[in-house]
Write a protein that binds this ligand. Structure first.
Ligand code: SAM
Length: 266
């Protein structure tokens, strides 16, 4: 059933596990990109769709003293209680609401805009919140840049994994997600007026840290997968057990990191 509601709702207990897992798999990648932009004490940052605390906290450490991180999300429950003097938590729908401020030195979103149906408007809104010369860093999957969810599909277990991931991707599409969003980022960022736009990509091929992420996702959407009629609850549970056993090569889709800055004088 088509809907623009976010599939992996933060009300689920699995959301906290997902945020910890995303941090374990991708924070090193994200922070390598952040550090290349030269964050400095006093910078003001907007962490869009922050989910959990790891990126807001890491940004806050980089811009102290005197800096500020505004962490926003549709649902801020996993950020609550983490707000210190230099992290401000604000409930915000990036598809509809005004930015939580202006003149940011850095605006960052990871794995958010591909879920947002009005993603191009959201990107424009994020650009509008930058100071002249400020940086936008957007990171999102492009699931179709990799031909197969499991590149070395060598038996029934890996085939089951691919079927579960295929159902997950179908559900994401039904919820308005764009499976090709990663590759479009550089063009959309140039069209939004940014300069010095560049992008690269990273994906795990066989990393045990991906297990917690795959388990949290499969547990949260088990019922929706079963309702699609191609897999039983036992199939999904068998997949979760395989992931837990460490018997699968655990791959992620390519995560495209794209960055660019608002022209210094505009
Ligand atoms: C897959 S999680 C990624 C969380 C975090 N950025 C990370 O990479 O660890 C997507 C996050 O985006 C948030 N989100 C989805 N749609 C949103 C919207 N329209 N406005 C703001 N946040 C949104 C979700 O609530 C969730 O916290």
């Amino acid at each position: 059933m088509a809907t623009d509601a976010y599939l992996l709702d933060n009300r689920a207990a699995e959301a906290e596990l997902r945020f910890a897992a995303l941090g374990a798999v991708f924070d090193e990648v994200t922070l390598r990109h952040v550090d290349a932009l030269g964050p400095a004490p006093g910078w003001r940052c907007w962490a869009v769709g922050a989910g959990g605390p790891s990126i807001p906290d890491a940004l806050a450490a980089r811009v102290a003293p005197g800096g500020l991180v505004v962490a926003t999300d549709l649902d801020t429950r996993w950020l609550a209680g983490r707000a210190g003097g230099d992290v401000e938590v604000v409930q915000q729908d990036v598809a509809r609401d005004d930015p939580p401020g202006a003149g940011f030195d850095l605006v960052h979103a990871r794995l958010v805009l591909s879920h947002v149906v009005a993603r191009e408007e959201a990107l424009t809104r994020m650009v509008s919140a930058l100071r002249p010369g400020g940086w936008l860093l957007v990171e999102d999957y492009d699931v179709l840049l990799l031909q197969w969810p499991s590149p070395d599909e060598d038996g029934p277990e890996q085939r089951l994994a691919d079927t579960v991931k295929g159902e997950f991707r179908a559900l994401l599409r039904e919820h308005g997600a764009d499976p090709r969003f990663g590759r479009r980022l550089p063009r959309l960022m140039r069209a939004a007026g940014l300069v010095d736009v560049q992008a690269d990509a990273y994906f795990a091929v066989a990393l045990p840290t991906v297990a917690a992420l795959d388990q949290a996702n499969a547990r949260q959407i088990r019922d929706e997968i079963v309702q699609r009629g191609h897999l039983s609850a036992e199939d999904v549970d068998a997949y979760i057990a395989l992931v837990a056993d460490g018997r699968l090569d655990l791959t992620t889709p390519p995560l495209v990191s794209a960055w660019g800055r608002r022209p210094p004088e505009d």
